[in-house]
Design a protein around this ligand. Structure first.
Ligand code: OSB
Ligand code: MG
Length: 369
């Protein structure tokens, strides 16, 4: 396969509800969509789901745009490949910049699976016909606001809720949710906002029957995660700490966590995401698929990935309507009774809505050989 044309477009969508994490708040998102056109006319779409600012990882929309047009597009246009993993290998000389790489890797898989006539999920080794959906809830102004959010999402059928926590918004709101919804599986995500001296907070959370505690400490603080895991019953789940499959090897050696959140963006694409899945399964580490508020294209990739056998916990694959009044795909991703159906059509399974995309596009560029 040879790619003849790379198209990049920046697209903005307003969020239906403000989302706040320990590091920042957002009301609108801007992602970059990548379209690869093969020499036989086959087309594949991918999404670069980087946040605008460097607060989750070091990348930003602007850094992704620069790396995509200057480095990744030329590498992809020069590559000759038979399988998407070879396209990923052609991009591997670019260090880091995982969100940017993920958009191209995803587009390669979408193009290839469609050309082969198989659904993306099957191309990746997926087996499930539907995937279990969890929902991620940001920090709210008051505990009552948070309880209203939990109530609405549970009524929609979501199978677990993840609560963002930060110093000053942790034990009290989590206790309130556990008390009001005792049968709903709950987990918390600190996005690295604590240090080891906050262990008392985690000892209290440990008594609340949580599914897991996600990324309590800074991304590189793997030995601190191991020290905390040693004194907690609740499993620690790593997110920001695992950017490379090698980080997972290190984390497993150290005992830094017992669960892995696999994000396509953070790992640098579906190719490394599947490798991380395989390694985790080999070590009996349960995994689930995390999200970056993806638009429909990236959301479709998350659904496909979540169909792999090791994804035994609910993923952050909510329906499009959790974040967007209208998504960039002609049909939204739908969560029904707590599950999202895995498409059986070849390729991604969702089509870009070109007219709507044009109305939301804030910049575009075509790169040819
Ligand atoms: O840590 O999982 C995270 C969004 C932005 C940055 C970090 C995270 C998140 C989410 C969103 O939790 C989950 C989703 O896409 O539904
Ligand atoms: Mg997280």
């Amino acid at each position: 396969i040879r790619i003849e044309k790379v198209e990049l477009r920046r697209v903005r969508l307003p969020l239906v509800h403000r989302f706040q994490t320990s590091s920042h708040a957002k009301r609108e998102l801007e992602h970059i969509l990548v379209t690869l056109t093969g020499s036989d006319g086959a087309v594949g779409w991918g999404e670069i789901a980087s946040p605008s600012g460097p607060f989750y990882s070091a990348e930003t929309v602007d850094s992704c745009w620069a790396v995509a047009r200057t480095f990744l597009a030329p590498l992809v246009l020069a590559a000759r490949w038979e399988h998407p993993s070879e396209l990923a290998a052609a991009m591997a000389k670019v260090r880091g910049n995982h969100f940017a790489r993920a958009g191209f890797d995803m587009a390669g898989w979408a193009l290839w699976s469609r050309a082969m006539g198989v659904p993306l999920s099957k191309a990746l080794g997926g087996e499930r016909a539907k995937v279990e959906a969890g929902v991620s809830l940001g920090i709210e102004a008051t505990i009552d606001d948070l309880l209203a959010q939990v109530e609405a999402r549970v009524a929609e059928g979501y199978r677990r809720v993840k609560l963002k926590i930060a110093p000053g918004w942790d034990v009290e709101p989590v206790r309130a949710v556990r008390a009001a919804f005792p049968s709903v599986p709950v987990h918390v995500d600190a996005n690295g906002a604590y240090a080891l001296d906050a262990r008392a907070v985690f000892e209290e959370l440990d008594g609340l029957g949580l599914l897991m505690i996600e990324q309590p400490f800074a991304p590189r603080a793997l030995t601190d995660h191991a020290a905390l895991q040693a004194i907690l019953t609740t499993p620690i789940c790593l997110d920001e700490s695992v950017e490379e499959v090698d980080d997972l090897v290190t984390a497993l050696r150290l005992g830094a966590g017992r669960i892995l959140n696999i994000k396509v963006s953070r790992m640098g694409g579906l190719t490394p995401a599947v490798r991380a899945h395989d390694l985790a399964v080999a070590h009996d580490v349960p995994v689930w698929c995390g999200g970056m508020h993806e638009f429909g294209i990236g959301r479709a990739a998350n659904v496909a990935l979540s169909s792999l056998p090791g994804f035994t916990l609910p993923s952050d694959v909510s329906g499009s309507d959790k974040y967007y009044a209208r998504d960039v795909t002609r049909e939204p991703v739908v969560c029904d009774g707590g599950f999202v159906e895995v498409p059986s059509a070849p390729g991604l399974g969702w089509e870009a809505d070109l007219d709507f995309l044009d109305s939301r596009t804030t910049g575009r560029e075509t790169v040819s050989p």
